[in-house]
Design a protein around this ligand. Structure first.
Ligand code: 5GP
Ligand code: ZN
Length: 138
């Protein structure tokens, strides 16, 4: 399924050119136009899913192994020393393009801080109550 108004549908299916690093029947992996670091890549499913909640589980299951391959290539060929795998769902989580995609961001020694947060705190009771709420929804 494609969404005619979706830029990532057009890129994933080759209607709009992109710097492609990998392609198979399910995915196109491209370089981000606004890279957080050199080599920042986006894994785009060829089918339109708004986000992870809507994704076909069979397609979703292939994403993490592919992210691992792309990250390893960054280490080998770009001399990255690590990589982050980031996936945003919903505007509050920073999603700006509503076609499921996964960021693979190479990291270099001495590079800027990113993908980080300030650890908060929670009591054992709060953790238990929150865990129970999420368990109910799964
Ligand atoms: P999000 O914030 O939705 O997780 O990430 C969207 C990403 O897509 C951003 O990092 C942004 O730079 C990238 N992006 C947006 N439009 C385009 C485009 O037309 N081409 C490419 N290659 N990247 C894009
Ligand atoms: Zn789309």
């Amino acid at each position: 399924m494609r969404d005619g108004n979706c830029i990532f549908c057009k890129i994933a299916n080759g209607e709009i050119p992109s710097a492609t690093v990998f392609e198979d029947e399910d995915f196109r992996v491209i370089l981000d136009l606004g890279p957080a670091s050199k080599g920042h890549a986006l894994i785009l499913p060829k089918h339109h899913f708004k986000d992870l909640c809507e994704a076909d589980p069979a397609v979703a299951a292939k994403i993490l192994p592919l992210a691992g391959k792309v990250g390893q290539a960054m280490i080998k060929e770009l001399r990255a020393s690590g990589f982050n795998v980031v996936q945003n769902n919903g505007a509050s989580a920073g999603q700006t393009v509503f076609h499921l995609h996964v960021h693979v961001i190479p990291r270099y020694d001495g590079g800027p801080l990113m993908v980080s947060w300030v650890p908060g705190g929670a009591t054992a009771e709060e953790l238990a109550e929150t865990a129970e709420a999420i368990r109910r929804g799964i």
